[in-house]
Ligand binder design. Structure first.
Ligand SMILES: Nc1ncnc2c1ncn2[C@@H]1O[C@H](COP(=O)(O)OP(=O)(O)O)[C@@H](O)[C@H]1O
Ligand SMILES: [Mg+2]
Length: 309
């Protein structure tokens, strides 16, 4: 059991300032964070904080930055034995320039070599097949994504923009931000449009959709027919029934939405692995996102879920 995250690892450099300087001008940075980042690592850190044994399948360069990030990930309790060290490649770097008001810009140096290949994913076959849940980031090359979905032995969770609908056949959960949802739906992700599109997506093989809406909040839609969720250890069947839940954003001011979706995906997965109903998992997921968006940068600070009695 436990989870495997298949995705991105990068050095995150977060620079917080009142306002970005104009061209040919300089500006003072008020706060600087240098940390383990990338969507895959952020999800893995979140899962580990939530008490789920987690392995990461990602690519680092063979440079000192890669050494430092993997050491940090290991301190976070993540199994990094399946992180590929690519010779001659610089570890990915994401510079986040965050202006007051939550206006972020990402400068990404993610050379071809830091993307996962199909062979990288297949090298992790054993851990993927044994996983209770496999989280797959759709920003990775399609061959690598397909291999992860094929080899997943547990709950398969996709995060991002679906460009190939055949992926839905092998997946259980799809999480998309509002932009990614719009790419899939062809119209802005509003509640009625997501609900209208949901039956076809669920027919394609999914069990649970988690879409951020264009006008705020996250909409979860799920389908029954899985009295006994195969990814769970428990002998107690949890009937899901058909349903949906629109969960408003957590109260409080969002300083930086970076990592909100990654914390949401991690918490949703942790709750489902633990036998939560989709409705409970949805609420916990949005609460986890709400905690991350109150600080700069995408690194989560989550605590293990409290099981209902
Ligand atoms: N103003 C807000 N208050 C609380 N939560 C928010 C707010 N804005 C966004 N969120 C949460 O953060 C998530 C951001 O998701 P996403 O854009 O996918 O982030 P990332 O890809 O950087 O992890 C949303 O789904 C929502 O749950
Ligand atoms: Mg996202």
């Amino acid at each position: 059991m436990g989870a495997v995250v298949v995705g991105q690892l990068a050095r995150d450099l977060v620079m917080v300032m009142e306002r970005l300087p104009d061209v040919h001008a300089s500006g003072a940075v008020r706060q600087r964070l240098e940390q383990l980042g990338g969507k895959g690592a952020n999800q893995a850190v979140g899962l580990s904080q939530l008490g789920v044994a987690t392995a990461l399948v990602a690519v680092a360069g063979d440079d000192p930055v890669g050494d430092a990030l993997l050491a940090r990930a290991a301190l976070d309790g993540i199994d990094v034995t399946h992180v590929v060290r690519r010779p001659g490649t610089a570890t990915g770097l994401i510079v986040e320039a965050l202006e007051d008001g939550g206006r972020w810009r990402y400068l990404e140096h993610l050379p071809q070599g830091v993307l996962l290949t199909e062979a990288d994913v297949r090298a992790a076959e054993d851990v993927l097949r044994a996983a209770g849940a496999v989280l797959v980031q759709l920003q990775q090359p399609l061959d690598a994504v397909r291999a992860a979905v094929e080899l997943s032995g547990g709950l398969t969770v996709l995060d991002g923009a679906v460009t190939d609908r055949s992926l839905l056949h092998g997946a259980d959960v799809l999480r998309a931000d509002a932009h990614e949802a719009e790419l899939l739906l062809g119209v802005p992700a509003r509640e009625k449009d997501v609900l209208a599109a949901a039956p076809a997506l669920l027919d394609a093989g999914l069990r649970l959709l988690a879409f951020a809406l264009a006008d705020g909040g996250d909409l979860f839609v799920w389908r029954d027919g899985h009295e006994r969720a195969p990814w769970r250890d428990s002998h107690e069947p949890v009937p899901w029934r058909d349903g949906h839940e629109l969960v408003p954003h957590a109260a409080g001011e969002a300083v930086d939405t970076t990592g909100g979706g990654d914390a949401l995906t991690a918490a949703l997965t942790a709750a489902l692995l633990d036998g939560a109903t989709p409705r409970e998992a949805a609420r916990e997921a949005v609460a986890a996102a709400g905690r991350v968006v109150t600080h700069a940068g995408g690194r989560p600070g989550l605590t293990p879920r409290r099981r209902s009695a």
